[in-house]
Design a protein around this ligand. Structure first.
Ligand code: 5RP
Length: 293
């Protein structure tokens, strides 16, 4: 029997307490629909507002990259320490157990290999498949100033339109062609273009005066790690990026090519989520490395 509605007197209506409406914690993201926000909240930690994404999608254009020859062996032990995994749908389906329960950001562009002109990319995944795979975001690259600049920008905007239909955030990645200078002015241009065109968040490289890049970009920015650096230098870069407005890292080689990848991702987490100073995080890295953590 359903409970009879006996009226106001017996119920707690809290008539004197206005319902709270929270502002969504991520920069520039308050106007999105619920599904889009929920996906972003699985990538970014609502307490720190930051994310540690582990990038290992390199194989989509360069095959078995050093450290990724066997992602089942090298990446799975790292996955529990990442807020989100950035990868291809091929590796997701073939290697990552669905029970792992990590947020995923799927590489959705492709085409040329390292043997060809890299900017000649196309969208390489249907949005239906991203939804089927329960992705939290999809990613495509823009090659501003590159040979196929316009094509790569149209890839981004088409993906954003596809994503908006289903509540899927799009990560705009600012790639740098061989012939282009990766300076602050260039990075400001490319990141701002991604945001203006509708990317929910942007991945780029750390450059001097990075606070001008984050200030000019109305949505969150995560930094790529780039080529392998000594661990202390990579931690220093993450620290500076966070303190100049980055919303996290999307780091690959500086983690999975480290001598102690689990120790490294744990140290990166401390810097990103707890603003630990790089020297202290490096001490932690050395301790964990010694313990073979
Ligand atoms: C390639 C990517 C990669 O995911 C990313 O750049 C790799 O990360 P890292 O530079 O830290 O190895 O987006 O275009």
């Amino acid at each position: 029997m359903p409970e009879a509605d006996t009226g106001k007197v017996e119920k707690s209506f809290y008539t004197d307490v206005p319902q709270q409406s929270e502002l969504f914690f991520l920069k520039g993201s308050n106007s999105y629909d619920w599904g889009m926000k929920n996906r972003l909240a699985r990538i970014f930690d609502a307490t720190s507002g930051k994310t540690v994404m582990l990038a290992f999608d390199h194989g989509y254009f360069q095959g078995p990259t050093t450290g990724l020859e066997r992602p089942d062996i090298t990446i799975l032990p790292l996955a529990p320490y990442a807020d989100a995994l950035m990868l291809t749908r091929g590796i997701l389906r073939s290697v990552i157990p669905p029970s792992l329960n990590r947020a995923t950001v799927l590489r959705a562009s492709g085409g040329p290999s390292i043997l060809k002109e890299l900017s000649n990319e196309h969208i390489a995944m249907d949005m239906d498949d991203a939804v089927r795979l329960n992705a939290c975001a999809v990613a495509t690259q823009v090659f501003i100033g590159g040979e196929f600049e316009t094509q790569s920008v149209i890839n981004l905007t088409r993906l954003i339109d596809m994503g908006n239909r289903v509540g899927m955030p799009v990560l705009g990645v600012t790639a740098v062609g061989k012939e282009l200078v990766r300076d602050t002015k260039y990075i400001r241009l490319a990141t701002r273009m991604c945001a203006e065109l509708g990317a929910a968040f942007v991945k780029t490289y750390f450059v001097p005066d990075f606070e001008t890049v984050t200030a000019a970009c109305p949505v969150p920015i995560v930094i790529a790690g780039g080529k392998k650096l000594p661990e202390l230098d990579a931690l220093q870069m993450a620290y500076e990026a966070i303190n100049q407005g980055a919303a996290g890292v999307d780091m690959g080689r500086n983690i999975f090519q480290s001598e102690a990848p689990v120790a490294m991702i744990r140290a990166v987490r401390k810097v990103v989520h707890e603003n630990m100073r790089p020297e202290q995080a490096y001490e932690m890295f050395l301790d964990l490395k010694q313990q073979r953590a």
